[in-house]
Each structure stands twice: as C-alpha cells, then as structure tokens.
Design a protein around this ligand. Sequence first.
Ligand SMILES: [Cu+2]
Length: 335
Amino acid sequence: MKTVKSLVLAGLLALMPALALNGSALAQDNSVAAAPAADNAAAPAESASNATAPTAEAAPAAPKVAAPPRMKPTEGIGMPMPGEITLQKQFSPTGHTARWLHDVLLLPLITIISVFVLILMLYVMWRYRRSANPVPSKTSHNTLIEVIWTVLPVVILLIVAVPSIGLLADQYKPAPKDALTVKVTGYQWYWGYEYPDNAIPEYVSNLLPEDKAKANGEPYLLAPDNRLVLPAGRPVKLIITGADVIHAFAVPSLWLKMDAVPGRLNEKSVFIEKPGVYYGQCSELCGARHGFMPIAIEALPPEQFDQWVLSQGGSLKGAAEKTAQAAPAATEKKI
Ligand SMILES: [Cu+2]
C-alpha cells in the first residue's frame, strides 16, 4: 500500500513543474492576447493625431502661404551607402570633430597598435620556440623596457583624452538663448514633432510605404511621410521625450543621438550647416516595430523655413510670444 501511495505522490510531484509551466504559458498567452488590445487602443490616438495633420496641411489655404516643395534627398548625403565602412559625411560642427577623431586619430592608432602587437607575438612565437631556444632565459626585469611600456600607453591615452573630452563637452553644450525650440516625442512606433516657439501643434511622422518611397526616390525604411522641418544655419534646441517606452532620436550625419525617455525632457542642441534631407532611425530597441519608425530632418534655408512655418498656420519666432503662453498647457497634457 505504502509503495502505491508513494508512487502516486512521486507521480504528482513529477507532474507539478509541468502543470506550473502550463499555467505560466497560459498567463503569457493571455498577455499576448491582451497586447493587440493595447495596440488597438494606441491606434485611434495615432489616427486621431494623423487626422490633425491633414487639417494642419489643409490650413495653408487660410494664411495663403504655400509650403515649400518637398525636398529631394541627395544620394550619399544624410543616408548610409552600400559598402560604406566609415562614418557618414557630417553636416554639423560636432560631427566634423567626431569624424576627425575617428578617421585621423582613433582608427590609425588602433590599427598601428594591433599590427605591432600581432607582429611582436608572431616573432616571439617563432624566435623562442622550443626547438630554436631549448634553454629559456631567466631574465625577469628590465628597467628600460618597463619604463617604456608604462609611459608610452599613458602618453597615448592622454593624446586621445584631450580631443575626446572636448567633443564630449561640445555634444552637451546647451543651445544659445535665441535657438528655436522643437519638441520631439517618441511613440510606439512613430514620432511626433511640435513647435512651441511657432505655435505649431504636434504632427505625426510615420513610415512611408515602400511603393510611395520608391515613387518619391527616397530610401525605404529611412523615409517617413511627414519630416521634421528645421532651419539650416540657425541654432535649434530639441526637447526629446518618450510617450510610452524608451526610444532614441538619432540622425548619424548630424552627429545627433539622444534617448527619448518617458517622463523626462532631454535636451540636445543642433546646428545644421547645409540645407538637405538627413535620415535617421529610432536607435533604442522599443518594441515590435522598432525598425519601422524612421526619422528625416528636412533642413531648409532660413527664409524657406519661415515660409514653411507660415504655411502650417504657425507664427514666426518672436511674434509667437502671445501664443507661446498657450503652448505649455498643451505640453503638460501630452507628457
Ligand atoms: Cu523607438
């Protein structure tokens, strides 16, 4: 009897983990099933904000200013190229420093050191192999060599540290007082852009479908429908945040990358040297469609940027003082 009882007990114990696993699997299934509901909940918000975009675009009829035509991207500028192994061509002051640091200082230094160590190791392996060198040397100290291999790395690190720390400081330098403020919000899975200085409410930027991207001559997966329009040659202050999870706003050719963290306003100052279209992507793994929330900055000459602001029903900076008072309320609501 006892053996039967213990067998049953043992059987039950053996099955327990499987049952528990099933339970958790069920729980996971439930969470997966719940996910689409959350998606659906987000979708109306998206379409609602999309719905506001056409009205903002339809509005130009009222101020009677036409938006500048959609700028065509230039091949090889503001986008990665096939076979490219270095950083993208840079169009901001910090970008130039960074590319110089990478191309002129770090890469040659890394290459020289790696090749030197490799040659040294190969030589030692060959020269001091057992057959050629049966009685090993018992030397354990050589002051000159020890001083050299301590001082030389210190000097190399100092040479790297000076421009490196300078670049780090430049990257976080706050924007000047007259900079144009633009708010960037990361959503699952699109971007929202708002211009508090120009009283332009938030509009949404989604992935451009493949056929439309091709028809436009734009790179698919890098091109969005609505671009972030910024002035070239004028300082810009980007206020970057996330609405749901952590995203990262990144445009390689402008040396621009900043995390978009929910509940936090991160600041990044940008100065775009040349008008053009500069592409980027969300650079923080943010969920299923992380790879499908591209970024495009359309940098316009200042007077064309002003024209764009007016075409969106906005007011030029400085004239927007009155409307700016209304803007903080809108920002608070969104965060
Ligand atoms: Cu993202």
